[in-house]
Design a binder for this molecule. Sequence first.
Ligand code: ATP
Length: 349
Amino acid sequence: TPVVRKQHLIPKAHYGGRHAVTMLPGGGIGPELMGYVRDIFKYIGAPVDFEVVDIDPTVDNDEDVHYAITTIKRNGVCIKGNIETKSEAAYVTSRNVALRNELDMYAYVLNCKSYPGVQTRHKDINIQIIRQNTEGEYAMLEHESVRGVIESMKVVTASNSERVARFAFEFARKNNRKKVTTVHKANIMKLSDGLFLETSRRLAKEYPEIEHNDMIIDNCCMQLVAKPHQFDVMLMTNLYGSIVSNVVCGILGGAGLLSGRNYGDHYAVFEPGTRNTGTAIAGKNIANPIAMINASVDMLEHLGHHFHADLIRAAVDKTINVDRVMTPDIGGSASSTDVVNAIIGNIGH
Ligand code: ATP
């Protein structure tokens, strides 16, 4: 029988009614956004204690990253910004990828729901993107076979294709979604994407109440910008997931709005949806704090703190949709701290 992810198997550090959660601020705007999350958590008395781990991007060894991974294994849950890898040496791998792989977080979920208060071309979009998060084009296996010829391996396995497809269909069933669309390029990558597509088709038969279709990635991008309402749950490999996530974030209001969740069988990591560092806007009090605040709401939900999650979510919705206090990236003129203060002012109202 296939392994089905069960939330209750995830160990969560819990001491005296409070949860311990690893916080990785990362680079760029990460630290200031984490500061806002802490301000809001303090204001509402959220029963969460953060174990903060700073990772030095200029160091070539991975000691900090291993320490961070150890704390996530202990706590079970993490909230993170984007960790920078300053070294361009080919042997130094992306720390974000290393962390996801080490924790075997094979599924990524991006909740793409429109905010009525944000002016966009398309209204009322409600798409869930589910992305394979640990292999595919991110295998990081590249070499120069002969001078001037680089080979890069895309690794697709039956087991990971099955795990993420099952995750997508279980997600659809649990959340009462109607359709899963597998996105691929199996007409060209017949073996790798072919396996991914075939696996999702096979699993779809176990979920007769959920419609399943598939779409080639190029057409998918065109359909997304032209007719996004046809999509419900979308399932795809790693790199397509990264690109399509950015397309959908662009349609809904940009990098500062949506949050993403990384899941494995044991651990969960929450972060802004497009995983940007935002180096150019750091320290200017203009970064949109919403994506990280949404990540913190996802984290509270995951921990079972629904009351506190609802408090923040309702305050964010009112701030954007009713009061229209927003940063410039989504059409407002407020600073980051104006937005955070407005959210705090709206809590419980
Ligand atoms: P780098 O790692 O060099 O910073 P990146 O690929 O991570 O690059 P960014 O430049 O960080 O991408 O982000 C892409 C765009 O999104 C930039 O224009 C950035 O200003 C914007 N952006 C990212 N996060 C936010 C945010 N929270 N609020 C407003 N704009 C944001």
